[in-house]
Design a protein around this ligand. Structure first.
Ligand code: FMN
Length: 319
């Protein structure tokens, strides 16, 4: 898929974080591609309302991928077919990296790294089921140093996937230690489909380093976007060898207030007053008095209170 070959800067799928409003915001700030939170293939089978709500996106988010997780080739193929008909994303991604017990316990996510045959069976069925591209996101292996990334990337390529994203940690590492970035180079040399490098990109410079050190075709940013949608523009500036511009205090305040407003419009005030606390705390990191403000943010009980805290926090910062 061409968009994965063009040094694209991609927003990672992150459950509980990358819902539609955050994805729109990241697209506005330079993310070239976004991916949904992981969506359960079994949930799709039962047409669960909560699951179907995860499939909604705005046209402005395109190109967008919907990520599926599961462990049964038929369920995943049916889910992929349903997703294509229901919302027609630009691609469908298979989650083969999630280390969370709830997912792994049912043989999904990174459990697929231990079962080459199942991994292959799922991807073959998914590719067959839809006319849009199928991609896959893997970790480097189940155990540290017992890497299966190259082998599975080759299998995925033979199954007809259009891109492979690698987060080069083992399942057992979860998020500990540093990513084994050299694994991305190994996978890149092993396959001819585009390879997306992911893991520990916290700045524009990190994105450039990932591209140049590993030779990967595109990069994916997860936690580095927390409270910092500007990271995508900054990564683009670094890649193009342009000066990075940092957002001004007033621009930051406006973005945070807008994020709060749009989240409340999309998901309702109650959910917004709970879910936006973490985002606001991330935005305010590094500000003078951030830790006191963080406590107040987490004690707040409404969207209007959160908005007042944001205004107060930025009014206390110098230019
Ligand atoms: C809160 C959270 C939720 C995540 N949810 C998903 C998910 O739904 N699907 C997935 O493939 N990876 C998920 N991940 C992993 C990220 O996509 C990414 O691979 C990982 O965070 C490493 O990249 P980073 O260092 O840029 O954050 C999640 C990570 C975090 C922190």
């Amino acid at each position: 898929m061409d968009i994965f070959r063009q040094k694209s800067i991609i927003l990672a799928p992150m459950a509980g974080i990358t819902e539609t409003v955050f994805r729109q915001l990241c697209r506005e700030h330079g993310a070239d591609i976004v991916v949904s939170e992981m969506v359960s293939a079994e949930g799709i089978k039962y047409r669960s309302a909560n699951t179907l709500s995860l499939l909604k996106f705005r046209a402005s988010e395109r190109p967008i991928g919907i990520q599926l997780f599961g462990a049964d080739p038929n369920s995943l193929a049916d889910a992929a077919r349903f997703v294509q008909d229901y919302c027609n994303p630009d691609f469908i991604d298979l989650n083969a990296g999630c280390p969370v017990p709830k997912v792994v316990g049912k043989n999904g996510g990174s459990a697929l790294l231990k079962d080459r045959k199942l991994f292959e069976g799922i991807l073959k069925e998914m590719v067959k089921a839809v006319s849009i591209p199928v991609t896959v996101k893997i970790r480097s292996g189940w155990f540290k140093y017992e890497w299966v990334d190259v082998e599975l990337a080759r299998v995925a390529e033979q199954c007809g996937v259009s891109a492979i994203t690698l987060h080069p940690r083992s399942k057992t590492m979860v998020f500990a230690g540093t990513a084994f970035r050299e694994r991305i180079g190994e996978v890149k040399r092993a396959v001819s489909v585009p390879v997306v490098g992911n893991g520990d990109i916290c700045s524009g410079e990190d994105a450039l380093a990932m591209l140049s050190e590993t030779g990967c075709d595109s990069v994916m940013i997860g936690r580095g976007s927390y409270g910092n949608p500007w990271i995508f523009e900054q990564a683009r500036a670094c890649i193009k060898n342009r000066a990075i511009t940092l957002p001004h205090r007033r621009e930051k305040e406006e973005v945070v207030l807008n994020h709060l407003k749009k989240y409340a419009q999309e998901h309702g005030e109650l959910r917004a007053s709970k879910e936006m606390k973490k985002h606001v705390a991330w935005y305010l990191r590094g500000n003078v008095g951030a830790s006191t403000m963080r406590n107040r943010v987490f004690r707040s009980s409404s969207i209007s209170e959160l908005c007042e805290l944001v205004k107060e926090a930025y009014s206390e910062q110098g230019d």
